[in-house]
Design a protein around this ligand. Structure first.
Ligand SMILES: [Mn+2]
Length: 302
């Protein structure tokens, strides 16, 4: 694009977990000189809850229209569960604000249609909030994301999905049928996974190997035990090497900005007094831009 003799080209940036930090998001967009007419933003999910302005952040991202690509984080999943009637004390103030908003119906419609996974074949980059099982092909991931999208868009099915949820399914093998439990398992992985075994068994905080720890999710990849008794590794170290798409993700604030050949973790703990991160995706230098954020909450209190 040419304007007054200057060359402009479209840029694509991925942005880490915003958690309601709208003013810091706007600072970050100013820092990257985001231009809404020719740039695109990818959001890794968890743009609501914990921080000061969840509803404002939700409206802001929605109003970007097709300039923004979003995937669902565990907090947006909790919001949809709350809209289905699941009681969630931690999210109650946001849900109340959302329900009484003049644009509540439009916002709910939009929230329910956020996909779990996005993939851009021309960039060779995919995006998920937390992680992917090492045993899933990208075609399987796309299929699971489409099936989950249909569940969330339908009020009756989504109500069954959340209100008949039994956590016990997460300690078993992923069902290989077309049941809602199979989709529940996939949803838990895509929105909450950090570590798993090579055969795709996720490490959840109730696992006997970590249940005694005050905060099992404080594990960072470099401090994970490496012994035969502990078969779990960060999920992205276990993805197949021949995978064509690199994956951008969020969710793992304790690990901070994490750049690996096969995956880029962008949750740098914005709402905890860390940074909000943008990474340029369409340029080989993968330029990183960050803004420093005030500490709105502590990890222990949220
Ligand atoms: Mn998360």
């Amino acid at each position: 694009m040419e304007l007054w003799g200057c060359e402009f080209s479209m840029a694509v940036y991925a942005i880490g977990d915003v958690h309601g930090c709208l003013s810091e998001l706007k600072q970050l967009l100013a820092a990257i000189a985001f231009h809404p007419e020719h740039d695109h933003l990818w959001f890794v999910g968890d743009f609501i809850n914990r921080g000061p302005d969840s509803l404002g952040t939700l409206r802001f991202i929605r109003e970007l229209g097709d300039r923004a690509v979003v995937v669902m984080g565990n907090h947006e999943g909790r919001a949809v569960a709350g809209l289905c009637g699941w009681e969630d004390n931690g999210l109650a103030p946001f849900l109340q604000e959302l329900r009484s908003a003049p644009d509540a119906l439009e916002l709910e419609h939009w929230l329910r249609r956020i996909p779990l996974f996005h993939c851009d074949q021309s960039l060779g980059i995919g995006m998920v909030h937390a992680g992917l099982s090492p045993t899933w092909s990208l075609d399987e991931v796309r299929g699971l994301s489409l099936a989950l999208g249909k569940v969330f868009a339908d009020p009756d099915t989504s109500r069954r999905f959340f209100l008949e949820w039994d956590n016990a399914i997460l300690d078993q093998e992923m069902p290989q049928d077309d049941s809602l439990d199979r989709l529940r398992f996939a949803f838990a992985i895509m929105t909450r996974l950090r570590m798993c075994s090579a055969d795709g068994r996720p490490l959840w905080p109730n696992h006997p190997l970590v249940a005694g720890l005050a905060n099992p999710y404080a594990f960072v990849p470099s401090s994970a035990p490496q012994s035969p008794d502990f078969p779990f590794r960060p999920w992205f170290e276990l993805r197949p090497e021949q995978e064509r798409a690199r994956i951008v993700y969020g969710h793992w604030a304790a690990a901070g900005l994490t750049i690996n050949p096969q995956a880029w973790g962008l949750d740098s703990g914005c709402v905890y007094g860390g940074k909000l991160t943008a990474m340029r995706l369409d340029h080989p230098d993968r330029q990183i831009t960050q803004v420093v954020c005030p500490r709105y909450v502590t990890p222990e209190s949220s």
